[in-house]
Design a protein around this ligand. Structure first.
Ligand SMILES: C[S@@+](CC[C@H](N)C(=O)[O-])C[C@H]1O[C@@H](n2cnc3c(N)ncnc32)[C@H](O)[C@@H]1O
Length: 233
């Protein structure tokens, strides 16, 4: 099996393609980010929250939502320098104090020592192998404050679906993404084949449980794109 790699040329060189995907809601960003519990329920009873965003991208969605004024500090990690530059701009515009790391999250997470009310990973964890997902979940549990929540938005494979079948189905789905031109679709296909290593939602829940996190809600926006909210005891 092809091994995932941290460095990602699509996001490093073609951030505009991903922006079009978000603008047309092809990956259900709108529906999924609207469901993020911590900023609706403020489950911790805190007046402000600190947030760690793993695979932050350009942080535009978080900056726009401004978690209902709750967000007191944002820490973002992304391996793409272009994404980090955009994130810095979006967070500054939204007046959110931020610390941004342009680094591989597999390297950085074990080095972080402060804790967070919320850890957020949107469409980032499917880029790493299943073994690395399990390591990331252990780190997330360590980095969360008691009762802290981990919001995991991602693509998920069907139960027992092979990676080959997943890739075939996802490429078929992308044919409906008519706002993208042929070159963009070709780059995207290359990216998905090279970097997508999704697990199933049951695997995600099992590994989260093993890491010490309890699932408080799970929702699929369609048959691939979903959200899990997990809590530390
Ligand atoms: C699909 S984008 C998601 C961006 C944003 N979280 C969102 O939901 O719009 C995936 C992001 O994860 C980043 N990424 C992938 N693997 C990474 C790694 N090992 N370390 C840090 N960032 C990574 C990519 O550079 C990219 O910005």
């Amino acid at each position: 099996m092809q091994q995932p790699q941290g460095s990602d040329t699509l996001f490093a060189q073609h951030w505009n393609i991903y922006q079009q995907i978000i603008a047309h809601n092809y990956m259900q960003h709108q529906a999924l980010s609207a469901l993020v519990n911590p900023w609706h329920s403020n489950a911790f009873g805190h007046t402000v929250i600190s947030l760690l965003d793993i695979g932050a991208g350009d942080a535009r969605i978080i900056a726009r939502q401004k978690p209902r004024g709750l967000l007191c500090h944002y820490t973002g990690i992304d391996v793409s320098a272009e994404a980090i530059q955009l994130a810095e701009k979006h967070l500054q515009e939204a007046n959110i104090p931020a610390t941004l790391h342009c680094q591989d999250f597999m390297t950085l997470l074990p080095q972080l020592t402060n804790t967070f009310h919320v850890v957020y990973a949107s469409f980032a964890l499917h880029h790493v192998s299943n073994d690395d997902k399990r390591k990331v979940l252990q780190e997330i549990c360590r980095l969360l404050q008691p009762k802290g929540q981990f919001v995991w938005i991602d693509v998920f494979a069907r139960e027992h679906q092979s990676r080959e079948h997943y890739l075939e189905a996802y490429q078929q789905r992308m044919q409906q993404w008519t706002a993208l031109d042929a070159t963009a679709l070709q780059l995207l296909t290359h990216h998905v084949v090279r970097f997508d290593f999704p697990c199933s939602i049951n695997e995600a829940m099992r590994w989260s449980r093993e890491a010490g996190l309890t699932c408080t809600s799970a929702h699929m926006a369609d048959d691939v794109h979903g959200i899990l909210v997990l809590q530390k005891p």
